[in-house]
Write a protein that binds this ligand. Structure first.
Ligand SMILES: Nc1ncnc2c1ncn2[C@@H]1O[C@H](COP(=O)(O)OP(=O)(O)OP(=O)(O)O)[C@@H](O)[C@H]1O
Ligand SMILES: [Mg+2]
Length: 367
């Protein structure tokens, strides 16, 4: 079990194991500065030290690297000027269980192209067919002889598209061109970082507006890759998405996140969404699914509107609401299955760990 704070009533330590829940999926919710990222870092550190689980974090604010570096993890900076590369076409033979790995990979590449090519109506049926056909062709050589140096990249897909006879293929290829030969070519390289490190942080802060959505989608696919590999080795994968509302705002990344919430559990994945934006979680029936399928909820201080929404959705009594009203950083309510416990956590400030986990500018250390 991992540490989550002290019981605010009894001062007992709260130690729980999310893996024992029917559904280990989790949410960390609270106003800015209430301690969301901090508690996520604490859980990660704890999990790093006492479990064998792999830990992956999607970090849109570039705030996890001091911790990840300290623990010997791999920070992957994805930006138009960085030389850390991840290849959106990475695939492994475990990628999907029942189906051919290509079916699921083709699904992902369709979402990716939808983001790149699709206007408001998305991809047309003919275009989907062409992409699917091209995806199957692009992996032929690799699947026949799965060596890393044969892993295709976006450019290979682009070339195949160019060779298709339908005019629609040319349209897709032209839309892809800027990502292959143009100024947005960060995703046109083989992976050159250690995505297999036990603790990986995808730092996407420097991805500009045009590339951010695409970057987040590609990171999610990389995580899926890892989850499938780990499942074959009976290893759990903890995946943290900070600023989760960014993913929920866009149709493709929201749909992919809903998928994660549905699919990960069976594959030994433990996803955690971290957000200050409760309303985005209830924005649509689809997204609400995420909320309903999270047996672990770490509620920190809430603004009054959100508090009302959550109190209704989670059945929080008025006296329990006090714990998430004007509470200090690191104080709130834990939902663990059907149990609700008020907690507080006053992390000692005179520690190295505190200094690499805090986001207060005056307290952070240069590592
Ligand atoms: N458990 C804790 N013990 C002591 N201090 C804490 C604790 N949790 C948070 N803090 C303090 O609060 C600050 C803000 O916390 P954190 O960065 O986690 O906020 P956040 O909820 O992620 O905010 P944002 O929405 O802006 O990302 C930390 O830098 C730290 O100084
Ligand atoms: Mg934060």
């Amino acid at each position: 079990a991992l540490y989550y704070g002290l019981n605010a009533l009894s001062n007992n330590m709260i130690m729980v194991d999310r893996k024992q829940l029917k559904n280990p999926n989790g949410l960390i919710l609270g106003t800015p500065g209430s301690g969301k990222s901090f508690s996520a870092k604490r859980e990660m550190t704890n999990a790093f030290l006492i479990t064998e689980d792999d830990i992956i974090v999607c970090d849109p604010e570039a705030e996890y690297f001091p911790l990840v570096q300290k623990l010997g993890g791999q920070v992957i900076r994805i930006s138009p000027v960085s030389t850390d590369y991840i290849n959106p076409l990475d695939i492994n033979t475990n990628y999907s269980e029942e189906e051919n790995p290509l079916t699921l990979k083709s699904d992902f590449i369709l979402s990716m192209c939808e983001l790149i090519v699709g206007g408001k109506d998305g991809l047309q049926p003919v275009e989907k067919t062409i992409i699917d056909r091209s995806v199957r062709m692009v992996y032929q050589e690799f699947l026949a002889d799965p060596k890393p140096e044969k892993m295709p990249i976006l450019e290979d897909l682009y070339n195949i598209l160019r060779n298709q006879k339908e005019p629609e293929a040319q349209r897709i290829a032209t839309a892809l061109e800027i990502y292959v030969h143009g100024s947005l070519n960060v995703f046109n390289h083989r992976t050159n970082v250690d995505v297999n490190n036990r603790f990986v942080c995808y730092d996407i802060r420097e991805l500009g507006k045009q590339l951010k959505k695409l970057g987040m989608l590609i990171v999610q696919d990389q995580v899926w890759n890892r989850v499938t590999i780990n499942r074959a080795q009976h290893k759990a994968t903890r995946y943290y998405m900070d600023e989760f509302h960014l993913l929920l705002k866009e149709e493709q990344t929201a749909a992919y996140s809903v998928e994660i919430w549905k699919r990960f559990r069976k594959w030994g994945g433990i996803p955690t969404g971290i957000t200050q934006n409760v309303k985005d979680l209830l924005a649509s029936r689809e997204v609400e699914n995420i909320f309903e399928n999270s047996d672990f909820v770490y509620l920190l201080n809430q603004a009054s509107g959100d508090r009302q929404i959550l109190s209704k959705a989670l059945n929080i009594s008025p006296s329990q609401q006090n714990y998430i009203t004007n509470s200090n950083a690191g104080e709130g309510l834990i939902f663990y299955g059907s149990t609700i416990v008020p907690f507080k956590d006053d992390f000692p400030k005179n520690t190295q760990l505190y200094r690499i986990m805090t986001t207060k500018p005056e307290e952070t250390v240069q590592n």
